[in-house]
Design a binder for this molecule. Structure first.
Ligand code: GLN
Length: 186
């Protein structure tokens, strides 16, 4: 199985390493040809507005939309979640909109308010979770399943083949959240 990691900005290396630790072939995606033959696509944390601009500039937006239509599963962490969300409550743009949720950018605080905690993830168990200026989910559509909450705020969700998390599983040793995504891809 080959999984692509969007590699225009953000914590790309950490995602590639997490996938390699799970013995999956991981490929950085910088141009449309890199999407060839991927069974899943990861959108890393970083700065969503910068990633979006670079995706447009690299001609990746349409090929990614095409890949989504063809049924390939997507996983977005943090900025990646913002890119996949249908609505951003505190930002005038919207990006791909593949999952019917509204998110609030930087809802968990400024950079200095980044923190690590433990979360109960449905179907996975208790996992360590790193939050870095994380978005919170403010609304979920009828087809969306919330998989984890932090202090009453939904922070992980799934709709069909799209999985999103406010936190960064790629920054911890515990890769069970990643396993969940790989199950969706196989
Ligand atoms: N605040 C960032 C954004 O809005 C997300 C932060 C992150 O990915 N760690 O894109």
């Amino acid at each position: 199985m080959k999984i692509g990691v969007i590699a225009v900005q953000g914590d790309v290396r950490e995602h590639l390493r997490a996938l390699e630790r799970l013995e999956v072939k991981a490929v950085p995606v910088r141009k449309p040809a890199d999407l060839e033959g991927v069974s899943g696509l990861v959108f890393p944390g970083g700065e969503s507005t910068a990633i979006w601009r670079l995706l447009k500039w690299s001609g990746l937006v349409e090929p990614i939309e095409e890949l989504h239509r063809s049924g390939v599963p997507f996983f977005g962490t943090c900025a990646g979640m913002i890119l996949l969300a249908r609505e951003i409550v505190n930002w005038p743009e919207r990006f791909f909109g593949f999952i019917d949720i509204a998110v609030e950018r930087n809802a968990s605080g400024r950079q200095v308010d980044s923190f690590e905690t433990e979360l109960e993830v449905k179907g996975v168990g208790r996992v360590p979770a790193v939050f870095i200026r994380a978005p919170y989910i403010r609304r979920v559509g009828p087809g969306v399943e919330v998989l984890a909450e932090h202090q009453g705020h939904p922070v992980m969700a799934r709709e069909g083949r799209v999985l999103v998390a406010s936190f960064h599983p790629e920054l911890t040793e515990d890769l069970r959240v990643y396993d969940l995504f790989l199950t969706m891809c196989s």
